[in-house]
Design a protein around this ligand. Sequence first.
Ligand SMILES: Nc1ncnc2c1ncn2[C@@H]1O[C@H](COP(=O)(O)OP(=O)(O)OP(=O)(O)O)[C@@H](O)[C@H]1O
Length: 506
Amino acid sequence: MFPLDEIAHATDLPRDARSVLELTARSMFQLFAETVEGMLVVDRSGRVVWISEGYKQFLPGLGISQESDFVGHAVDEVVPNTLMREVIESGRAILVDLLTNKAGTFLVSRIPLRDPAGQIIGALGLVLMAHPESTMQPLMRKFARLQNELNDARKQLAEQRRPKYTFASFIGASPQVVEVKRQARRVAQTDSSVLLLGETGTGKELLAHAIHAASSRVGRPFIGVNIAAVPETLLEAEFFGVAPGAYTGADRRGRDGKFKLADGGTLFLDEIGDMPAALQAKLLRALQEQEIEPLGSNQVIKVDVRVIAATSRDLARLVSEGQFREDLYYRLNVVPIRLPALRERLGDLEALVEALENEVARRSGMPHREVTPDAFAVLRQHPWRGNIRELRNVLEQVMMLSDDLRLEARHFRRVLPHVPEAPAGVATEVAESDAEEADRTLPSVAAAPAPAAIKPLPEAIAELERQSIAAALAATGGNKLAASRLLGISRATLYDKLTQLGLAKA
Ligand SMILES: Nc1ncnc2c1ncn2[C@@H]1O[C@H](COP(=O)(O)OP(=O)(O)OP(=O)(O)O)[C@@H](O)[C@H]1O
């Protein structure tokens, strides 16, 4: 639009043209008000100061019976979902938009109003078309689809943020578990760092979820990082994020790190004992200052994160060996909670088996099974180095191997062939065919070498390696890090061997 004074001085235009322009500019407001379906003006503070005659038709739909209940009120109170305030704040027009609220859907336009000095003094809102559904079918369909997608994405996000587990998910009523839950409930009420100690599969991650779920941060994200699973070179970016432009290519746009994602919520640092020394100092700083610096940025971002760390390693020993910073250890070890191994709380075995059997049956669609007392006798004798994860694995294997509705000792012996026979009188005999089947399907922890055929040494060694690795993986429920520890080799060596031996999918 021409400013009025420019038109007035446009002497090079013919007189007629000038007066038309002048008239147009002066009557623009009037013209708009009469042409569009409705028009409203808000002041700098977002208060409605005027509405056109046409706009009044929308008041009943907005639940307003008289003009005085509308004019003079904050626009976002009387027009749900309006973006007029954003236009005032940003100074940018929204020329075409769809506004949906209880009065219907409208094609609208919003324009900021400025004084001669360029200062925002308010905004103009135009209803270009009411109920455009009929005339703008294709656009509306697209809008509806996008709206649905947005709602689905929001639901998914809310779902992801909802804690996966609560204290009720932590099965067990043994004195050890009762004590663990008591400590965890107490610490949930605070913002202190928590250190969960325990063997693999004892439920450290589950407990971390439960602490988050019982804390005041429950409405905010729970973000987990398994430090052992992230290559060392990527850990810093994973934790602290990457500033836009720090890298070329796909990462150019930058990426939030886990600290940022967990802002306001809980960050679960699993396998903290595997934290590389170089990053320990940065982690300590982030924990102490509650500030992070994304890679490639020199800006510090404030975060508010509660940390729950977990490890199956002896952190105190790592500190004494100089592999873990003492200051970080003390920072994390504010409230240590030790989770008992399954073999220390065999009293919980029945409740766990019942819960896990239910879960496996529900997930797989298999029928429910009853586990007999002689089967429990077998289960009680197994060392359970993989703890609950291993227990679930064993149960799942047994359920897959047999259609019987009663799971007896013999069923479990197929999967746990090394468990010694129970004393006579207990029906735990293994049918020969069962034993053969077990040999074919599952690795035996204590498999005897084949007496008949003497194999070439490299072949025999490979066979032994294959068996040991398979046994370690079975014992740890497939957890490679834990398996590598059982085998006394590094995780990298384990991966190499899995590839060499053709077990990469194990
Ligand atoms: N007390 C329990 N009640 C029910 N399920 C449990 C319990 N403890 C562990 N589980 C289940 O066992 C599996 C392993 O648990 P989780 O991952 O929490 O163990 P972890 O100690 O964090 O293991 P890791 O050190 O290997 O990461 C999960 O599927 C979890 O749901």
